[in-house]
Design a protein around this ligand. Structure first.
Ligand SMILES: Nc1ncnc2c1ncn2[C@@H]1O[C@H](COP(=O)(O)OP(=O)(O)O)[C@@H](O)[C@H]1O
Ligand SMILES: [Mg+2]
Length: 281
């Protein structure tokens, strides 16, 4: 894309890496946050490319969830800026922040379904609460989302009747149903066996490619995430130590990042970044 195509692109072009001169959908600038008297984020600079899957990795307790919560304004930084489509959300009123949040969906560790509602009612819930769609339109959308996550015909079940993997699918359907621009995934495969974890990863990638939302995922699944991410970022000692496409990321010279990914990397799947083609996505 030629620089200066529009004002926004011009403004952000200098900060965008690579050839896709799209503006980053989320931008953290010098974000600092202390919690419980301890510094957690120590000057995070991070740009989330639009319409891509960006995965944040890092040590347990290192501040990954805290980072995600800053992106959606659940936490405010002590210092620094969080820009969503160019708007600094750290300065917004509660009302304006709510407007910005409509761009987001979140999928946190537990799928957080309502136990007393069926899958269908769970997925329909945001539509019934937040839109004026007619019942038939709601049904249509819900069925479309259930199909997208592989839960066709399961709408009448209650969460307790579902396996862990199916609950994750239902959570994803509910996240998708409002057509969010951005979905934040906090360790979406926690509690699943490796095979199911892979299925859910593939489903996230498949739905991302289908619907085009921006995915920001926190994950401890190394090396699996290299196969489904467009970009990988590592949070280390309160800052982003490295961010790059998976292949490049795995060749990092940063000693702390190398140590972290080598510990978690099983030799037989190191080059899984090339696996995408084989999945037909
Ligand atoms: N609301 C909170 N109050 C106090 N400390 C918190 C709070 N949330 C997170 N922390 C602390 O911040 C650090 C980072 O937590 P978290 O972002 O959950 O780590 P991660 O998701 O990388 O495992 C941890 O030391 C955690 O105890
Ligand atoms: Mg966490």
């Amino acid at each position: 894309m030629p620089l200066g195509q529009d004002l926004v692109a011009t403004e952000a072009a200098g900060a965008v890496k690579g050839t896709e001169a799209a503006t980053p959908v989320i931008r953290l600038v010098g974000v600092e946050k202390a919690l419980g008297g301890q510094p957690v984020l120590k000057g995070v600079n991070l740009e989330i490319p639009r319409g891509k899957v960006t995965t944040v990795i890092g040590k347990s307790g290192g501040g990954k969830s805290v980072l995600l919560k800053h992106m959606i304004g659940l936490l405010r930084p002590d210092r620094g800026q969080v820009l969503v489509d160019g708007t600094d959300i750290t300065r917004l009123s509660a009302h304006d922040l709510n407007e910005v949040r409509k761009k987001f969906a979140m999928l946190f560790q537990g799928a957080a379904l309502f136990d007393s509602l069926t899958v269908l009612e769970n997925v329909a819930f945001p539509l019934r609460e937040k839109t004026k769609l007619k019942a038939a339109e709601v049904d249509h959308k819900v069925l479309e989302m259930l199909e997208a996550v592989g839960l066709t015909g399961m709408g009448h079940k209650f969460p307790a009747e579902l396996s862990g993997g199916m609950r994750k699918r239902a959570g994803l359907a509910r996240a998708l149903v409002m057509g969010p621009e951005i979905i934040l995934f906090d360790e979406p495969t926690t509690g699943l066996d490796p095979l199911l974890a892979r299925t859910i990863h593939d489903l996230i990638l498949e739905t991302q490619r289908r619907f085009g939302f921006t995915a920001v995922m926190v994950s401890h699944e190394i090396p699996e995430i290299f196969g489904i991410s467009d970009y990988v970022a590592m949070l280390l000692d309160g800052v982003i130590a490295e961010m790059a496409p998976p292949e490049q990321f795995q060749r990092t010279r940063h000693p702390g990042v190398r140590e972290f990914i080598n510990v978690g990397t099983r030799p037989e799947v190191v080059s899984s970044g090339a696996g995408r083609e084989t999945r037909g996505l």
